[in-house]
Design a protein. Structure first.
Length: 251
């Protein structure tokens, strides 16, 4: 599964959800910055292709499965940066019409998944002497929007884990940065709409969304700050989007 041996002299960055979108772009950016990147996701074929391209290490990871997380972290002797990126949305429904399985998926993936991986890697991040946890939340972690409660509640939950850790880790050598993007064109909407490409494309047509590299460049900048500088929260939106509820199409 692993495509390259680790080199203990290089800083190690773990990126969850590295098989597509923001995670893949981040893995590529951090490898370009000289990190030994460990890529985790369920679609191992994609991870292996990217790992081979950037000289990283591919490891199967399902953040909703405790045994998968145990296997993923086993043998990761050094971890300097953790990017909690694995996540997403399922469906767009009012609370009245909520699909409980969709809600469970969103909470298991974004909230409990982030907790599982972070908890497992905290000792290694502290041992690094200059650890960094970047968590990709969302505008959905800042404000509600119609039909979005499953996702906005999960992203608020994920954000609270991250923001609480910022308090609990004070005095330890671990920095924490929350990145809250608005609309980024990735596979996010394809997943949200169960593979319906027309519905997914409609989300981004008529405006210019962010692309995954826009977010990855910010993460690369955050990781390059000196150890005493903590960038707490970065909200990143397309110019065409003013809030989770307003963009140039909605007026
Ligand atoms: P994406 O292209 O769908 O990527 C999602 C990644 O998460 C994939 O690599 C997927 O890999 C991984 N993933 C999903 N479930 C997983 C699981 N159980 N275990 C491990 N990995 C899992 O979407 P994206 O836009 O890049 O999303 C990345 C993060 O940004 C998410 O947390 C999302 O909520 C957040 N975000 C996205 C936007 C946006 O507009 N796109 C805006 C704000 C925040 P596998 O399917 O291979 O496991």
């Amino acid at each position: 599964m692993s495509t390259a041996a680790s080199d203990t002299s290089r800083r190690v960055a773990v990126v969850t959800g590295a098989s597509s979108g923001i995670g893949a772009a981040t893995a590529r950016a951090l490898a370009g910055d000289g990190y030994d990147v460990v890529l985790g996701a369920r679609r191992v074929d994609r991870l292996e292709a990217l790992a081979a391209e950037i000289g990283g290490r591919a490891r199967q990871l399902d953040v909703t499965d405790p045994e998968s997380v145990d296997r993923f972290v086993a043998g990761l002797d050094r971890v300097d940066v953790l990017v909690n990126n694995a996540g997403g949305a399922k469906g767009l429904a009012t609370v009245a019409d909520a699909d409980l399985d969709d809600w469970r998926w969103m909470w298991e993936t974004n909230v409990v998944g982030t907790l599982r991986v972070t908890k497992a890697l905290l000792p290694a991040l502290e041992a690094s002497g200059d650890g960094l946890i970047v968590t990709i939340t969302s505008l959905a972690a800042i404000e509600p929007y119609d039909n979005g409660a499953g996702y906005t509640s999960a992203k608020h939950g994920q954000a609270m884990i991250h923001r609480t850790l910022r308090l609990e880790l004070l005095g330890k050598p671990i920095r924490l940065t929350e990145i809250a993007p608005g609309m980024v064109e990735t596979e996010f909407s394809l997943v949200r709409f169960d593979g319906d490409a027309d519905k997914a494309d409609a989300v981004y047509s008529g405006l210019e969304p962010l692309v995954a590299d826009d977010v990855a460049e910010v993460i690369s900048f955050v990781a390059s700050r000196p150890p005493h500088v903590n960038m707490d929260q970065i909200v990143l939106k397309p110019r065409d989007q003013a809030s989770a509820r307003r963009n140039i199409k909605t007026g």
